[in-house]
Design a binder for this molecule. Structure first.
Ligand SMILES: Cc1cc2nc3c(=O)[nH]c(=O)nc-3n(C[C@H](O)[C@H](O)[C@H](O)COP(=O)(O)OP(=O)(O)OC[C@H]3O[C@@H](n4cnc5c(N)ncnc54)[C@H](O)[C@@H]3O)c2cc1C
Length: 410
């Protein structure tokens, strides 16, 4: 087990600089353009693939080859400092990869995660499909079904997924579906839908407030047939889990029914999502600081007015506090799991800080903060998603409150 330390090692410092350089020279200069176009930024993703930033190897090393757990948050903070929409276009596949890693066998991970990324010359995309039009926070009430056709050893998926990052344009879709609706969350399983599978199509593409370079769409599953080996974790493990859940339903006093597939993925990715929010917030602090040193009002730079200086001091303090929570959660996730609800705490704090800090940055820039000529209004629009996806603000509070109290809180 690695010691928890804030001292970054040589490799981490190099990765941090490498991603920062990419964010500064490739991502930032085109961020406003892709936000305006609201299209998937393929040229930037291809460039990220060419240098190895968008690759299975990078994700595998950052997620599994790092005993401190800090490499991924470090890289994400730098990338999202460049731009969150483009950042998510590059990192969105990581959600599918995490879904496979959390629920699949090692063989399934090695078969499917490389296919999510493709090659440097021909990058591919992955999508993680949980949410539905009537089931976002309440993941246990998913309506998408998976029915086993024993004669053909195939699963048949039917339903509609909503709000899916890379939905419909991905090559590999990871779909969470209900195998036994009576068991609610405990009757769900995750499935790979391989590239080119018939019956999967893109529904509406959403037009969004922020992170507009990231593609978000519905995914329609109409009698989608996938081979038995596409069930993540395998049939034997699912049958055992279902048997335990049915037993628990008959006998509610008994516990130990195993977790929901979607929830285990979200727990694993929360610090990484928090790190993205911190990237946006840090960008806003840096920008507002420089602006405040230059802009003059009442005969002096506005930073020399205490009202502005103290705002900046609070902004920097909040960003650092959020980063410490993210690093702690990332370290715990890698070194023996959470003792509390540290992943949710880190994501809750980072999302709130990003929204608050970017709003303050607009305030510091005054009228210039409110117009598209300057990036802070975009950062504020981008930041808001961190209160919503991967568990809303209220869902994080729910998880934390349950962990604190040990009680069922609805
Ligand atoms: C841009 C974008 C990208 C996304 N990408 C993906 C993706 O790749 N894959 C995926 O599966 N999903 C994705 N989502 C979906 C996202 O995770 C959901 O939108 C989110 O979980 C909230 O669900 P909902 O929108 O249905 O809101 P609801 O669950 O309907 O919530 C509405 C409001 O009620 C509150 N609320 C709900 N339950 C409670 C409660 N028990 N106590 C207190 N308050 C409560 C919520 O906090 C919220 O404020 C994405 C969403 C967006 C907007």
């Amino acid at each position: 087990m690695a010691e928890f330390s804030l001292q970054l090692n040589e490799d981490q410092l190099q990765i941090q600089k490498w991603v920062h350089d990419f964010a500064e020279t490739v991502v930032r200069p085109v961020a406003a353009e892709w936000d305006e176009r609201e299209e998937f930024p393929w040229p930037v993703v291809r460039e990220a693939a060419q240098i190895g930033l968008y690759s299975f190897d990078f994700m595998a090393n950052a997620m599994m080859g790092d005993s401190t757990g800090l490499t991924l948050p470090l890289a994400l903070e730098e990338l999202f400092w460049g731009d969150a929409g483009i950042g998510l276009a590059i990192f969105g596949t990581g959600l599918a990869a995490a879904g496979i890693a959390s629920n699949g066998t090692p063989e399934q991970l090695l078969e499917w995660v490389p296919q999510c990324y493709g090659t440097p010359d021909d990058p591919k995309l992955g999508a993680f499909c949980v949410s539905e039009p009537d089931a976002g926070s309440d993941v246990s009430s998913l309506r998408t079904t998976a029915v086993y056709d024993e004669a053909k050893d195939e699963w048949v998926l039917n339903g509609t997924k909503a709000w899916i990052t890379n939905g419909g344009i991905a090559d590999v879709h990871v779909v969470v579906a209900s195998v036994d609706r009576e068991l609610r969350g405990r009757g769900q399983a995750s499935f790979i839908v391989p590239p080119g599978t018939k019956g999967l199509s893109q529904g509406q593409k959403y037009s969004k407030l922020g992170i507009r370079a990231s593609h978000t769409a519905e995914v329609v599953l109409d009698d989608v047939r996938v081979p038995g080996r596409c069930l993540l974790g395998g049939k034997e493990r699912l049958d055992e889990r279902l048997a335990r859940a049915r037993e628990a339903l008959k006998n509610p006093q008994k516990s130990g029914t195993g977790g929901q597939p979607a929830m285990s993925t979200f727990e694993a990715t929360r610090p990484a999502v928090g790190a993205q929010a911190i990237g946006i917030a840090r960008a806003a602090v840096e920008y507002a600081l420089e602006y405040a040193k230059e802009r003059k009002a009442f005969g002096k730079p506005i930073i020399q007015h205490q009202g502005i200086a103290f705002m900046l001091a609070d902004m920097a303090t909040e960003v650092d506090a959020a980063r410490l929570l993210v690093w702690r959660a990332a370290w715990l996730a890698r070194n023996g799991s959470y003792k509390w609800a540290e992943g949710s705490m880190s994501k809750l704090k980072a999302g709130r800080v990003a929204v608050w800090v970017t709003e303050r940055a607009i305030q510091i820039l005054g009228g210039y903060g409110y117009v598209k000529e300057y990036p802070v209004e975009r950062w504020h629009r981008d930041a808001k998603i961190y209160d919503i996806f991967e568990g809303t603000e209220q869902i994080q509070q729910l998880v934390i409150a349950r962990a604190m109290s040990g009680m069922r809180i609805e």
